[in-house]
Design a protein around this ligand. Sequence first.
Ligand code: GAR
Length: 207
Amino acid sequence: MLKIVVCVSGGGTNLQAIMDAIDCGKITNTQILAVISNNPGVKALERAEKYGVPGICMSPKEYASRAEFNEAFTNKMCELSPDLVVLAGFLVKIPEQMVSKFSGRIVNIHPALIPSFCGVGYYGLKVHEKALERGVKVTGATVHFVNEGMDEGPIIAQKAVEVLDGDTPEILQRRVMEQAEWILLPQAIDDIANGRIKLVGNHVRRA
Ligand code: GAR
């Protein structure tokens, strides 16, 4: 059984997609130990409560420094001791000490086709604003393992989504979620839970 902790920051629609996929058997062999949010009072925490998994709030604002938050966050994760950490719309940089303690065991969903529209400053709606500003005709989503870089870890899966005339950032965000994110992330978790993918150096291979 793959034990996961899901980290969130806001709406939690990707968290919902994971919980729904577990319920309907699209993700097997997987159990959610807890949901961690860096923001209090978000919809994602409501979703966790409704589903019956512990929701934990850890905000960097509650700590005297980022270093103290990083240590507390890493300690909490070690205490929970998941097999896999899933960043499902988590907009906080993962501390280096957590990356090394959970090496090859943290995955992230990003709402663009990496290496486009990623890295520092590219998160949430901003990603879609930048894609529309640039005038790309195709965007999408990427699931990848997390390393020390920002959106730089080995890519697990990607799915392209069309950009249409008249799209606003909100419309495009919704299409990318519906057509890519809510499908890719549950699939990747199921693949990991069932030993279908493995990391070979910096590349992900199907086992
Ligand atoms: C999602 O689009 C996710 O890909 C993005 O934040 C949104 C969260 O939505 N993540 C990033 O931008 C990470 N760089 P959700 O809370 O409804 O799942």
